[in-house]
Design a binder for this molecule. Structure first.
Ligand code: SF4
Length: 707
């Protein structure tokens, strides 16, 4: 291999919502290296361990390289060509739609997909099939943050940017272990602290994570008690004159009602519920109220809860009450877990959303999109959200299911029910880059997808920044880009359903054409990117909105104090004080908490292929407080049985002082695909946030016994 043969292609890391730019080295059709893009504003050349090892995860072992089909689930898979594969899928979907109606089929897609992939799937479901049964694994990630933003600020729009880390004087981090989940953001936080030692950091987390270890104040609250903490902080802000009365009067509504509603939650009451000192709650509130620029981060610790929407809203309320929003260094900043959860929100590819932040429940918004797409009407029946969707599969209401780029047999709560649903579903298509995920085992038809380094499109990161993703090498075998698979299926389905209009609806010759249509659909909306195209993105990543004629993206939103609500005011949303749905009891006395490892990603279908990424944590271990271990006569490394109302797992135990007594912790990544046990989601339950439908993947009541 000669030096001259080396080429470089700029793209984006496919893991977390930080959205780091990468430069891929490749030669003779093979990816040979990766480095951080020095010009990308998300990371300025830095990469974390996962990103820096991307080129070590691209081997072909385990890749799906041709369509595979079986007539019965127990039969061996057989190779077939793309045309035949798509015709088989289209025939089954068309038969199901004709016999049982459009809501008898569903699409379950992924925050790993690119915006263009998302767009085509969304259009396919809403227009050609005529169902809102399209949901995404982003439901498990940030749907409660979406609902929290909409309830308070009026739209699902993150008002902050990464530069705010450099400008804040207080970082208030709740339910987010940025050191592991968003490592490059964490490095920016460390750099900000080094440059300005006076920067205060408060971390709210049931575990003393690496992020919590750097805090000036760590509120190690009992899991699921966030609402009481935020309610008490609001009371302190009000009682000590730390609210901005003028901002509240001029730019918000509902403050007095909410304050009265939460009036009984004093710091002492919250201290009893949260199991932290009342003085620490008061201190956190004072620092928040006195800060010139408080910046709040949150992630799954708040979102993956039976009251995640209220958690998000209650944190946003602290910014509204103090008027600390819309200016440099401040604001409520929800971190997206996945690389393109934000892009899926923009496209509206979730069961309760509609394109470009339109409202599925609003007839005018539906009519606008129907007109845009040139069809008579959009379906009105709300779609099924992830957990509900698989429950509908389980009871036979969904009879044909298309799963793209995600592994629900691993990642959904109460995993056994999900696997039973998949086993019972009459027709399952799985579109994936990898052939060995838990979900692949349930497929009737497997379609090979291109993946990182092999496909073109765009993603949007946590700060609303849209970046190009580029192919450096060709996809292996017959694997195709996800948007193209969705388009070609739409054309085949159009033929089966005798809808000649499908050819016009899905006349997408390239991802650039898909992006152009998506951009047009945003015109006049809060996320207007009508001024953006691939040519402009060649010059660099851009934050939305970027309307036609706009010279630059917008770093911050709501600087003028005007919000996209009917009154133009932000809202203090009513808060119902709630705790976790499954409390510990005599049979299951411990709280299981789940989360991420630093060097693994989701179900490990990619990161699990690099030996280097096991150096940080080599095997699944259940973390437990030493006192709880001593009570059970356990030593480090002993095998234990982890039991819940949903099943048993056997795995080694590890002593950890990160946890409070009474809690255990298991990383979400491990599972049957990479180890011989079913993983954390055997134990998690189907407790859902009533607004967002996001499941409470963080919590379960469990028992630990020696084996
Ligand atoms: Fe990739 Fe996230 Fe690491 Fe950046 S911080 S390199 S986006 S995993």
């Amino acid at each position: 291999m000669t030096q001259e043969a080396q080429q470089e292609t700029r793209s984006t890391c496919p893991y977390c919502g930080t959205g780091c730019g990468v430069v891929i080295s490749h030669s003779a059709g093979r990816i040979t290296g990766v480095r951080g893009d020095p010009d990308h504003p998300a990371n300025f050349g830095k990469l974390c361990t996962k990103g820096a090892n991307l080129h070590r995860t691209v081997q072909l072992d385990g890749r799906l390289v041709q369509p595979l089909w079986r007539a019965q689930r127990a039969a061996p898979l057989q190779a077939l060509g793309w045309d035949e594969a798509l015709d088989k899928a289209a025939r089954r979907f068309a038969e199901t739609i004709r016999a049982h109606g459009p809501d008898s089929v569903a699409f379950y897609i992924s925050g790993q997909l690119l915006t263009e992939d998302y767009y085509v799937f969304n259009k396919l479901a809403r227009t050609l099939v005529g169902t809102n049964n399209i949901d995404s694994n982003s439901r498990l990630c940030m749907s409660s943050a979406v609902a929290g933003y909409k309830a308070t600020l009026g739209m699902d729009s993150v008002p902050c940017c990464y530069e705010d880390i450099d400008l804040a004087d207080l970082l208030f981090i709740s339910g987010a272990n940025t050191a592991f989940a968003h490592p490059i953001l964490f490095r920016r936080i460390e750099a900000a602290r080094e440059a300005r030692p006076e920067l205060k950091i408060v971390v709210v987390d049931p575990r003393r994570t690496d992020t919590a270890a750097m805090a000036d104040l760590h509120l190690q609250i009992a899991p699921g008690t966030d609402l009481y903490l935020f309610a008490a902080m609001l009371q302190v802000l009000a009682a000590e004159g730390l609210v901005d009365a003028a901002y509240i009067a001029d730019h918000t509504e509902g403050y007095a009602v909410l304050l009265e509603q939460l009036g009984s939650v004093t710091p002492e009451v919250a201290a009893g519920v949260c199991q932290v000192p009342a003085a620490d709650i008061v201190q956190a509130a004072r620092w928040f109220g006195q800060a010139a620029a408080p910046l709040s981060f949150w992630c799954q610790g708040l979102n993956q809860s039976g009251h995640g929407t209220a958690n998000s809203a209650a944190l946003i309320h602290l910014h509204l009450a103090t008027g600390k929003i819309g200016r440099p260094g401040m604001g409520p900043f929800s971190l997206t877990g996945q690389p393109n959860a934000m892009g899926g929100r923009e496209v509206g590819a979730m069961a309760n959303l509609l394109s470009a932040h339109r409202d599925l429940k609003n007839p005018a918004d539906r009519a606008e999109m129907a007109d845009f797409w040139g069809i008579p009407a959009l379906p009105t029946q709300p779609g099924l959200m992830a957990v509900q969707l698989f429950e509908a599969v389980r009871r036979g209401a969904i009879k044909a299911l298309w799963i793209a780029c995600t592994n629900p047999a691993h990642s959904l709560p109460d995993q056994q029910r999900v696997r039973e649903a998949l086993a019972a579903c009459p027709f399952v298509v799985v579109q994936d880059a990898f052939a060995d995920t838990d979900t692949c085992a349930h497929a009737d038809l497997l379609l090979p997808a291109a993946t990182w380094g092999e496909k073109d499109g765009t993603v949007t990161n946590s700060e609303r920044r849209i970046t190009r993703v580029r192919a450096a090498v060709a996809a292996p075998g017959e694997a195709r880009a996800d948007w193209r698979i969705a388009r070609d299926f739409a054309l085949a389905l159009g033929r089966q359903l005798d809808r000649p209009g499908a050819a016009r609806l899905f006349d997408f010759p390239s991802p650039a054409a898909v992006f152009a249509e998506h951009a047009r659909s945003t015109r006049g909306r809060d996320l207007d990117i009508a001024g953006l195209d691939y040519a402009r993105l060649e010059q660099g990543a851009v934050q939305w909105p970027y309307a036609a004629g706009q010279a630059n993206g917008k770093a911050r939103l709501y600087s003028d104090g005007v919000f996209p609500t009917a009154s133009g005011r932000a809202r203090f949303a009513p808060i119902e004080l709630r705790l976790n749905g499954e409390a510990p009891d005599a049979a299951y006395p411990l709280r299981l908490n789940t989360g991420r490892l630093r060097d693994q990603w989701h179900g490990m279908s990619r990161t699990g292929r690099s030996g280097r990424l096991y150096a940080h944590e080599a095997e699944a271990r259940l973390q437990m407080h030493p006192d709880d271990m001593a009570q059970r006569g356990l030593a480090d490394g002993d095998l234990v049985r982890l039991s819940s109302r949903r099943g048993d797992t056997v795995l080694p135990v590890a002593a950890s002082n990160e946890l409070a007594p009474g809690s255990v912790y298991l990383a979400m990544h491990w599972g049957s695909a990479n180890l011989s046990h079913p993983g954390a989601n055997l134990h998690t339950l189907q407790e859902l946030d009533p607004v967002s439908g996001q499941p409470a993947l963080k919590h379960a009541a469990v028992q630990i016994t020696p084996v």
